[in-house]
Design a protein around this ligand. Structure first.
Ligand SMILES: Nc1ncnc2c1ncn2[C@@H]1O[C@H](COP(=O)(O)OP(=O)(O)O)[C@@H](O)[C@H]1O
Ligand SMILES: [Mg+2]
Length: 317
């Protein structure tokens, strides 16, 4: 493996992010090629965390732009501090300052409110990590504007002139794929798809993030998750839910999965009313009763057989 990729993998693992080869390679290339990375995947698979981990591994600032429907350029880039400008005008009333001088004063840096994109571009010290989170929730119009910013890393403010990035930020965009992003944006980025973790990866994530958890419980939770993700649910649990559940089990001093404890902690990882109703009772029993004693066996064979039984169980309802 290329030395640089291995180093990034180690850096991210040191920040407690379980990193596979694909993720490390993309992070490495993004830095080498100075290209933004677009990370797609279901909710809770570890997309946002990558930006956080990168910034702490690099010892650089994390600047986050959370996208939502209706997000506009002002909120993302800059705004003038209107109340402060008004105050200044009031204070200057009666002074003999010319209109031009006054205008220059109130449209200067001191009256500028830098929003995330401008902050990321105007960093003086070193390149920050710019996280543009859940970009699929913003409108297409905003996406087009982003494209512009990401292509030249410069912004023109009519009253001030053009601000060009001295240190090009490391850009991470994430998307939950609620809509397809434009080809133009994708073309500008390196692409990383993060899937739900494999059994081995999820065990590692649990033992890394929930220190002190016993191995058997970690294995059982990871097995359970592998199986439950094959069931058609309104909201399939991601890694965030796995960790919440593992911590809940620890808080209840449970060292393995059993019916009652699972039923009581269902809300830690199933967060939809219909899904709870679907799983309650027999399906949970099928899952858990077939699990005990299977920890050392072939996990994928177990997942296959138990999901078949679950499907049968659910289809008879
Ligand atoms: N590979 C991983 N290693 C360690 N923790 C992870 C990993 N993947 C996900 N997590 C954890 O799962 C949770 C959800 O991750 P997050 O990045 O918020 O998901 P997303 O942005 O994809 O919805 C976080 O607490 C994160 O630390
Ligand atoms: Mg996220």
């Amino acid at each position: 493996m290329i030395e640089g990729i291995r180093r990034i993998q180690e850096m991210m693992e040191r920040e407690q992010y379980v990193t596979d080869r694909g993720i490390a390679t993309t992070a490495y290339l993004a830095m080498e090629l100075k290209k933004p990375v677009l990370i797609e995947g279901q909710a809770g698979v570890g997309k946002t965390e990558i930006a956080k981990v990168l910034s702490s591994a690099l010892g650089t600032e994390l600047i986050r732009l959370q996208c939502y429907e209706g997000l506009d350029v002002n909120t993302a880039l800059y705004e003038w501090n209107y109340p402060k400008q008004m105050l200044r005008i009031k204070m200057d009333e009666g002074s003999r300052r010319g209109i031009d001088a006054q205008e220059q004063a109130i449209f200067s840096d001191a009256f500028l409110l830098k929003r995330p994109l401008l902050q990321a571009i105007s960093g003086q010290e070193q390149a920050p990590v710019l996280l543009i989170d859940e970009v699929d929730r913003a409108d297409e119009e905003f996406e087009a504007f982003l494209l512009e910013v990401l292509s030249d890393f410069q912004v023109t403010i009519p009253e001030l002139g053009t601000i060009r990035a001295q240190h090009r930020p490391y850009v991470v965009l994430t998307s939950n794929r609620t809509r397809e992003l434009s080809d133009a944006l994708k073309r500008r980025c390196l692409y990383l798809w993060i899937d739900f973790p494999t059994f081995d990866k999820e065990v590692r994530i649990i033992t890394t993030k929930v220190p002190g958890i016993n191995e058997r419980l970690a294995h059982q939770i990871a097995m359970f998750m592998q199986a439950i993700r094959h069931v058609k649910l309104n909201k399939t649990p991601g890694v965030a839910e796995t960790l919440d559940w593992a911590m809940s089990m620890m808080a209840l001093h449970q060292d393995h999965l059993e019916q009652d404890a699972v039923r009581e902690t269902l809300g830690a990882f199933i967060k939809d009313r219909d899904d709870v109703a679907k799983l309650r009772g027999q399906p949970l029993e099928v899952l858990i009763s077939s699990m005990n004693g299977q920890e050392e066996e072939d996990v994928s064979a177990w997942v296959q057989s138990v999901t078949q039984r679950l499907e049968k169980e659910l289809s008879t309802r």
